[in-house]
Every structure is written in structure tokens, then in C-alpha cells.
Design a protein around this ligand. Sequence first.
Ligand code: HEM
Ligand code: PLO
Length: 484
Amino acid sequence: LGLRQSSSGMPCLPRLPLLGSLLSLRSELPPHLLFTRLTHTYGKLYTLYMGPHLAVVVNDYTHAREVLLGKGREFAGRPYMVTTELLTRGGKDIAFADYSPLWKSQRRLVHSAFSLFGEGSSKLQTIVLEAADCLVAELLSPRAQRECLGNSVCEGVCKCVCLDPAAAVLRAVTNVVCRLVFSGNYSSGDPELREVMDYNDGIVQTIARGDLVDIYPWLRIFPNKDLEKLKACVKVRDNLLTTKLEEHKESLTPGDPRDLLDALLEGKSSGGESGLSDDHVLMTAAEAFGAGVETTSTTILWAIAFLLHHPEVQERVQAELDECVGVERAPLLSDRTRMPVLDSVLCEVMRIRPVSPLLIPHIAMQDTSIGGHPVAKGTRVLVNMWAIHHDPQQWDQPESFRPERFLDSSGQRVTPPTFMPFGAGPRVCVGESLARMELFLFLSRLLQRCHLTVPQGGSLPDLQGRYGVVLQPPRYTLTIRSRT
Ligand code: HEM
Ligand code: PLO
């Protein structure tokens, strides 16, 4: 078609010295939508230059599978970024750390620590249900009723509450993760909880957003407000977690880990994972904490937003809850296999609004290839999960919210292979099963006890996401009514 091609033979966006393809990437659109649109001109596999760095953009399932699974090990590296280096003390975490034997053992350790709380243990279930009950109590509390945004219309006569759920959801999820990571438990209004929520928010706003300083590291020598903000938030995080780490070191009982910090400390000193330093323990705990909060709260807020748009789906979920669980007891993880409707709603939410639409950038650790095209060591690979989840060749009417696509003709849950909200292969999300359990418990309890609607005279939530290190829904208000 007369398109420029890079040395690999893949179509390449126009490129200038030093700037790379940045001029062609200037757009109103967030990157995942821009990359998807560019497929119309360049096809589903193309290259571009982020400043001096060559990147391949993968927009289809077949090549994503090759990168993540078939050649997963070859593409398991991570690029250097100024912001993530600051966040992780030079890659002593898991998500932003380059591939290494130490990274591998860190991952293994976190995996086994999570299984302590997850499947086969009732710990996670107890913690989440307690947090979900607090959330419902807070949403329907007399205070919420007094502060209800709809009081000017109904003068407090109706018992429903109209509010923005974001802060309460974030608080509930943060509390679950505090308990899992360092056995913290905060009541609403606790200043330390506020501190945690504030620093997390500051980091989300400033980290790995594809900003110029991540492309041209030398820019860090110039004053940069975002970088200053990131440093300040990281400092607050470090003070808080260092105190927790010291407390844990003093009170740890060998062989009886209470939480993730204990499990990491044990793994570090058991010799099996030698090479792990206190910094690794701290960065891993901080990351599990950050990932646990941001991804889960974002998915819950997306789920509520789509249920407000589709009241008939909410009714179907509530009918399933009434039939499988009733009103006498809370939903349990053991109910999950009997509740395919709720499970399909969660899948559809993660398909239509993946929290991480471009995953985390991968890097080729050796000379290799994609789709037969040579790819040199050091090339970045951006997997556009948004494009894969919205590919009209794979999904019927991909822009429509239709949970039924995850059910077969007898109503059982099915998972198309092109559905990969957690990524796949050696870099797949370590929190996947934890996240799935948590999402199921939170949403089932919320929908068992509450009915959610759009406020009278109010508007439906905007469904365009705000792109950042996670794709967040814009703020919205809803009306909550108790179902009991
Ligand atoms: C990585 C999604 C929850 C910890 C990832 C990746 C995705 C993802 C797409 C990147 C995969 C790649 O780069 O190829 C999600 C979603 C979640 C979720 C959709 C919930 C709805 C969690 C939770 C935790 C967690 C609860 C921990 C408590 C991590 C870590 C990595 C990761 C540590 C880095 C893995 C690596 O680079 O080796 N996640 N995640 N995630 N996630 Fe999650
Ligand atoms: C969220 C803010 C925290 O303060 C730090 C943090 C750590 C891990 C990150 C997470 C943030 C955002 C979501 C990420 C996660 C690792 C894996 C996860 C990027 C920045 C996803 C969805 O890929």
C-alpha cells in the first residue's frame, strides 16, 4: 500500500530523528483507542518509535498469543522507565522488574502466599464479606441518608440514598488489601487510611503514563511537577510500610504467617529465595497493595456503571442470587460455580473495559520474531488488549454490553480464548485468582442487599474511561435502595 516499513518488514508510522513517531501519535484519543484506530491504516501489527525506542504494537489475538504464550519467555522483559524506577527502587518489585531469576522466585513466593488466603482457606472470604457488609452499611447509613443528594427532591421521605460510590468502594477495597498485606484494619475516617488512599491516588496519576520523561530519561533533570508529586507520594508510602515491616519483623512467629508481609519475610530468610533484600520485601508488598486496590475498585465501579445502564441484567443477577443464596445468609465462594450469570457479568465488564488496556509494556529479551517478522532484542511490545477485546471478527457487536456471550446454550459459563483481561504466560497477573474471588464476593453481597438505579432526573454514567496506568470510569452518582 506504499506504507513505510521498518527493517522488520512490518508497516511503520512516520518517524523523525529524535522525536520518533511522536508527531503521528498526537491525538485527542487515549493511546489504546488511537492504536486501535491506526489498525485501519497500518493493519493489526505495526511498529512505531517512542522517541528513540522501537515498539511493535500487537492488536490481534493470534500475535498476542505468540508474544504472551508461545514465545512468552522471549518477550518477558520490561523496559526501563524513570517513573517506575522511582516507584520500585530500581525494579525490586514484580510488575515493572525486568526478567531475572530473582524476579521469578519473587513471583513464586507471592503466588504461594496468596494461596494461603485464597482457595482452600476461608480467610479471604471472611475478610471480603466483612468489608462488603461495612460498605453496604455505610452506603445505607443514616448519615448517608441525611447527606443524600436527592433530599431536595424527596425531602428524605424515601429511604433510598443518592451518592457517588467511589470513595466508599475504594475504602472497602483498601481495607481488604490492608488486612491481606499487613493485617491492618481501619474504620472509616481513620487518618492512616486516608493517607494510604491519597498516596495511591497520587501514584496512579503520575506513574507509567507514557509521559515524556519515561521516553527521554534525561528530561528528569528539569523541574517536573508530576515527578515531584510521585516522589512525595512514594515517600509517604515508604514511611508507612517501613513501620509495618519493622513491626512484623519483631512479632513474626516462624511457620505461622499472618499476612503477605510475614510470608515474604519468611521466604526471604528461609534461604530458598536467597537474594531477596528488605527492599524487595517492601516493594513487593507495596505493589501487591497498590495493584490490589486500584484494579479491584476500578472493576467494581465499572460493573456498577454498566448495571445502571442495563437494569435488566441487574435483575437477572438478583434473581440468580435469590435462587442460589436467598436472603438468610451471605453468598460464599462455594456458590460461585452455581452462579454463572454473575460470573458472566464480571467477565463482560472486564472484556468491555479492561483495567489495563495495553497491559504493561513487554520487551524482547533476545532477537526473535512476531508473525515471522524479525524483532530485535530490546524492542518494546505493546499488546493492545482493548483492540483484542473489541475485535469485530472475534466478538459479535463488541461495543454492546452482553454478558450472555460468556454463557453457552445451557447457561453454563464459557471462556473464549480471546478474553485475556489478566494477560497470559510468564507475565500473567499474579493476583488473578485473588481478584476473581474478591470481585465475586463484593458484587454478590452488594447486589444481594442493594438495588442500584440512576437517580431520578439524573443521567447515566459516562462509559468513556479515563486512561492512566489503569482505565478508570469517570465519577457518577446512583440511587441505592435496600432489598431487605
Ligand atoms: C500484572 C490485570 C488484580 C498483581 C497484571 C497485568 C494485567 C493485570 C493485565 C499485566 C500483564 C502483562 O503485562 O502481560 C489485572 C486485573 C485485575 C488485577 C484485570 C483485577 C480485576 C491484581 C491483584 C493483584 C495484582 C488483586 C495483587 C494483589 C499483579 C502483579 C502483576 C500484575 C504483581 C505483575 C506481574 C508480572 O509482571 O510478572 N495484572 N490485575 N493484580 N498484577 Fe494484576
Ligand atoms: C497503583 C498505585 C500504587 O500506589 C502503586 C501501584 C503498584 C502496582 C500497579 C498499580 C499501581 C496499578 C495497576 C498495575 C499494578 C501492577 C499490575 C497492575 C499496573 C501503579 C496492572 C493492571 O497491570
